[in-house]
Write a new protein. Sequence first.
Length: 337
Amino acid sequence: MDINAISTQIDLDIQGVHSSEGLEEFRLKYLGRKGVIAELTSTIPSLSKDERAAFGQQVNSLKNRLLALVEDKQKTLSVQSENTTYTSFDIGMPGIAQGLGHLHPVTQITDEICSIFSRLGFSIVDGPEIETEYNNFTGLNIPLEHPSREAFDTFYLKDYAKLLLRSHTSPVQVRAMQERKPPLAIVVPGRVYRPDAVDASHSFMFHQIEGFMVDAGIKFSDLKGVLEKFAKAIFGNTINMRFRPHFFPFTEPSAEVDISCIICKGKGCSVCGRKGWLEILGSGMIHPHVFKHVGIDAKKYTGFAFGLGVERIAMLKYGINDIRLFFENDLRFLKQF
Ligand code: PHE
């Protein structure tokens, strides 16, 4: 038998081994009891004395090479089999992660505002978005023929003439004052509706927070103190605040509240229209007519009320220039909060 031919055959055979069964077959063929090496060894005694030593050495080195080949192949196969286990079923591999969401910026700022008032002792109260005509208007001293109805115009429910979508959160003043007795300190977050054409600063639906306090001896200075605490908590301690006389049917006197422009610090810029001031809410002392409508004695009790637009506060705080961004559900916008 030609040792060289066998050696070549060994190389070819080992290349064809791709499994442990194949390797065992290979091992038996060459190293088994009736294998090639055994066969070669058995021919040694028949050789001439001169040939024996050299041939024996050749067979021996061939045997060592085979042992090394089998060992190597065993290692490669076991690594491969580990790898295939991992790729086909890897219990340690992370799954497809679900993106974690978070609260909408309007909800976040609503919570922030409510928690400021809650720390000042206010309770948080809810009211319905479908309201009676009485609570949205008449109870708030906006009589049917009064022109200020137009400022709070809204959507009416078709088949229920006296039901509408509330155009402000103020109707909850009427509800709360009918249901509870003073002292009252209440904030009301919620959606409101107005038939406005949608543009960068108008939406047919937006969010307000109403606040009011009723007790014996509540003064305008209490309103001022509470609102100053609120404005500084939201916009920072360095802002200035001013009350500007205004008209609301349900408060007397009434005022709109401005803060010094947070962009230009009051010097005048494009955001504040060169005025140096930004309007943040409407407020005033609760009108005696409102107390009369809800059955509270206006001689005994006084109170203040205010109402703010949540989107407006968020827009000022974060420098957002279009109210529509809040409602388009665009993650590129929402993810920034
Ligand atoms: N309801 C008023 C509005 O929507 C805001 C307001 C509330 C003003 C309470 C004064 C007192 O514009």
